[in-house]
Ligand binder design. Sequence first.
Ligand code: HXC
Length: 259
Amino acid sequence: MSYEFITTRIEADKVGIVTLNRPKQLNALNGELMDELGAALKAFDADPKIGCMIVTGSEKAFAAGADIGAMASWGFSDVYGADYITRNWETIRSIRKPVIAAVSGFCLGGGCELAMMCDFIIAADNARFGQPEIKLGIIPGAGGTQRLPRAVGKAKAMDLVLTGRMMNADEAERAGLASRVVAVDKLMDEVLAAALMICDYGQLATMAAKESVNRAFESGLSDGIMFERRLFHALFATQDQKEGMDAFVNKRKANFVNA
Ligand code: HXC
């Protein structure tokens, strides 16, 4: 499948990589790009040989936000009528295999919201995160006011959303938005190594782990723990649980079969 605003490739036969590709606009996210991103992630998710995905941008920009030029003339009837955001941005939420955001450069507005929809963020040391929508007379609209406080707490989320300032990679890691920070020239090596590590585990367990962690954001503690417990019990019905534990007991490498 060929795309206009993204490129895709598969590394080591098992990691699906989507690169946002509107360099002149700092990867500003328009509707077509989001359609393509959703289609590419769904195709990787459906491919049994893919165990993990990476979404990335350029060294200068992961994405500088939703496309302001496209939005500038829209009125309420346009955005509500077309179900802007909900229609295609949230496809990523239905992806069951892990998705890592590899972020360098600007990661702003809808770009930051997209990164937060991924399962975790590995940041290059030149990454700059922010929700500058307030400067445009709007607010974050793709989950930023909800996911950012869950990631960094109310104080810093309010600071970022109300002032529109950017935070650097170190601050983002300290605050819990990025899981790690690496030198910009090592970013893809590091993210790929993490993705390959994930690919070595059984897909049923990685999907269950992702689903269970995500449940923490959708439920109270008792319900979340019950959800986790049921998935934990269910994994004892898989061949991969037998294989993983037998491999440990017999001091050999596990060979998971995703069953
Ligand atoms: C459209 C954008 C853009 C954007 C940058 N460009 N961000 N175009 N939408 N979000 C374009 C510029 O117009 C310019 O095009 C080119 O990319 C390079 O940008 P410069 O501004 O010249 O680069 P620089 O001086 O390095 O500044 C980088 C920047 C700045 C700090 C990131 O571009 C900026 O502030 N961008 C807007 C960031 C923002 O407000 N994001 C939130 C968007 S609202 P030309 O043609 O002039 O070369 C949003 C809403 C989300 O995301 C709601 C739900 C999705």
